[in-house]
Write a protein that binds this ligand. Sequence first.
Ligand code: G3P
Ligand code: CA
Length: 294
Amino acid sequence: MKGLLQNVLMSAALVGISTGFVGHADAAKPMHPNKILNVAHRGASGHAPEHTLLAYGLGEKMKGDYIEIDLQMTKDGELIAMHDETLDRTTNGTGYVKDYTLSEIKELDAGSWFNEKYPELARKEYVGLKVPTLDEVIQTFGKGSRYYIETKSPEVYPGMEEKLLEVLSKYKLTGSEDSSGKVLIQSFSADSLKIVHELEPEIPLVQLLWYDTPAVITDDELEDYKTYSIGVGMNFDKIDKAYVQKVRQHGLEIHPYTVNEKEHMRTLIDWGVTGIFTNFPDRLQEVLKEKGSK
Ligand code: G3P
Ligand code: CA
């Protein structure tokens, strides 16, 4: 408790705030004051087949704050929850998502691969799980849940951002006071985020980054990200305390991915991160509890 409190107070002092997170310059709304977000990465994907309704439901049960959803788009323009551009790894299909209609993809088994890859975690109810559409995910979990949605390969899918906003609008997850904080949109593509920002400046955005050497981030880069996003997310294994503090000093959120070991979670929390993507939201929940955060 003491460590966390010190950490929160220090972060607040560093960015010159006393309560709440710093919002986007154009969409400044406090989101989750003094809370470290537990993001269920592809659902509770350490326990169940990623990007299935079952994995998302488990993430909610394990007290994830957000359901993380990667988006791909079908040949007939529907948004589905899938990490890869191809069907091969997580279904019994083959080839590119963009070459199949939704009804063709709905024929596939999105759960059996998990049982084969992780026999120790295998369950018969995973057999035959379907690939969900974004629409189905939101319909299932509703406005009581929060969604952290990634536009994957947006250069392959022209119109993906407009379609995403159409679905969010259908479920009243954009443009109203009570939708604030229900949706975060993330992407490695700054162009994709800027399209969303142009169309719906109120939606909080997170710029994803990838480092293959020890991470360095400049003041100019951070100020540029701030023009359209509320934060950054990056692979956790290349950052250090100074990096985290620099991001926070610029008033940006920092949500490293994908953190599955408790020791790493503890270190990142001590450094001052404001959220964590994990395949094991139950583990993160335990760490947050031991630190007195929840
Ligand atoms: O979205 C954060 C993290 O999920 C980015 O990596 O490849 O798992 O989508 P990936
Ligand atoms: Ca992702």
